[in-house]
Design a protein around this ligand. Structure first.
Ligand SMILES: Nc1ncnc2c1ncn2[C@@H]1O[C@H](COP(=O)(O)OP(=O)(O)OP(=O)(O)O)[C@@H](O)[C@H]1O
Ligand SMILES: [Mg+2]
Length: 396
């Protein structure tokens, strides 16, 4: 029997808890030739939402290109990949596809070839300088313009869309001028739908919400929040029961609630802890050992943080003493009141130093800020790291 709790890959629509609204919005954006930014904390399920929307759109006859910008060393390589992706998705003979690619992407002078054995298109751009960032950005913009031409040539009921995950990487690669040039192109496009997603919350929000930046108000914003707790609890409960395990209901599913609490409801961490707990029950030899009790979850949590110990030790040792004390304060104060004199005393520095320390930890993606009902709370990106600090470094 396969473990029903999966992590470390994009899930399919039928494996996701909730997220129907998000998937609908991504699909509708592509269908209507709109523009959307999908922004959320790390490991909240952004990529899975994009994948689910892609599956749905493709099933409905759309041409959809989805790329993870982190996978590309420079923008000209991404541009070539866009053209190859378009070739792979066009219907018709190899010859006709080759002609279309040469027409739509004429400015890139593409040499497209189809490998019969791999059933794959490769594209080389027969052009200009790809040595500097300005030249590379220009190639990407030309590729986007080519996609718009391709989209305009499709039947009205066959939308064309581009989804770029980890979008902030494009701006890192192309610099500030890329931001303006890409915006100018995208703004002209009427047929193409664009969805940009990213996890570096501080970076992407600055890009899309700062009135001085080119991407300001280019499209709609969608923030990805937590999966509703009751639905997540119901999912966990059902999957354990379906696997034949005993989930004592008398205590109001304490163990299920404990999984959500220890993982701080971060979807990835919830799945990791549930996966480990399931494995432990599976290894049990009798009915008693097949019951999902809170002690099972506790033991698995302990085992997991020990397993990640080498990684966390390295991360911890790479921090300054002030940053370490700041993290301890975040745990103690549950992420609130970090500007208080008490915290300053604990850290041994003034509130402004504490604030700078928090900023540095945010830039390193160890902490993130969460706005909730007018309040700001600081949270760990990885709740298991907080658990490790709590267990192994200090007496809290
Ligand atoms: N709606 C959901 N229901 C259940 N599990 C989920 C859900 N969303 C995400 N997960 C869990 O989180 C894992 C990570 O999901 P995904 O890669 O889509 O997140 P992400 O936000 O793109 O992460 P990253 O920031 O690392 O790019 C999944 O493999 C799955 O275990
Ligand atoms: Mg992702």
């Amino acid at each position: 029997m396969e473990n029903p709790f999966q992590f470390g890959r994009e899930l399919g629509a039928d494996e996701l808890v909730d997220r129907d609204d998000e998937i609908d919005q991504v699909s509708a954006t592509i269908r209507d030739g709109g523009k959307l930014f999908v922004i959320g904390p790390r490991r909240y399920g952004k990529t899975s939402i994009l994948k689910a929307a892609e599956d749905r759109l493709v099933a409905a006859g759309a041409i959809l290109l989805r790329y993870d910008a982190e996978a590309y060393p420079s923008l000209d390589v991404l541009a070539a990949a866009l053209v190859a992706g378009a070739a792979a998705r066009l219907k018709g003979s190899i010859e006709r596809t080759g002609d279309q690619i040469r027409t739509f992407f004429a400015r890139l002078r593409p040499e497209a070839s189809f490998s019969v054995s791999d059933r794959q298109w490769t594209v080389k751009l027969g052009v200009r300088d790809t040595e500097n960032r300005a030249g590379q950005t220009e190639l990407l913009v030309d590729a986007l313009d080519g996609l718009e031409k391709l989209a305009a040539a499709q039947a009205a009921n066959s939308p064309v869309g581009l989804v770029i995950d980890e979008f902030q990487k494009i701006i890192e690669l192309g610099g500030a001028t890329a931001e303006a040039q890409i915006r100018a192109a995208i703004q002209r496009h009427r047929r193409m739908g664009y969805v940009f997603a990213g996890s570096k919350t501080h970076l992407l929000t600055a890009m899309t919400m700062d009135a001085g930046r080119p991407f300001y108000r280019l499209g709609a914003l969608r923030f990805i929040g937590p999966v509703p707790r009751d639905q997540f609890a119901e999912f966990l409960h059902r999957r354990f029961v379906e696997s034949g395990f005993n989930v004592p209901a008398s205590e109001g599913n304490t163990a299920v609630q404990l999984i959500l609490d220890l993982a701080e409801e971060v979807p990835y961490n919830v799945q990791v802890l549930a996966h480990a707990s399931w494995d432990q029950l599976r290894a049990g030899r009798n009915v008693r050992e097949h019951a999902l009790e809170p002690t099972v979850v506790e033991q698995c949590m302990e085992r997991l943080v020990r397993q990640y110990d080498p990684f966390y030790t390295q991360l911890w040792n790479g921090l300054t003493a002030i940053q370490q004390k700041t993290l301890v304060a975040v745990i103690r104060e549950r992420g609130s009141n970090l500007q208080s004199m008490k915290v300053a005393r604990d850290v041994g520095k003034g509130p402004s130093t504490v604030a700078r320390s928090i900023e540095a930890l945010k830039m390193r993606d160890i902490l993130r800020e969460e706005e909730h009902l007018g309040n700001v709370r600081v949270r760990f990106e990885d709740p298991f790291f907080a658990r490790w600090i709590f267990r192994f470094t200090v007496a809290l």
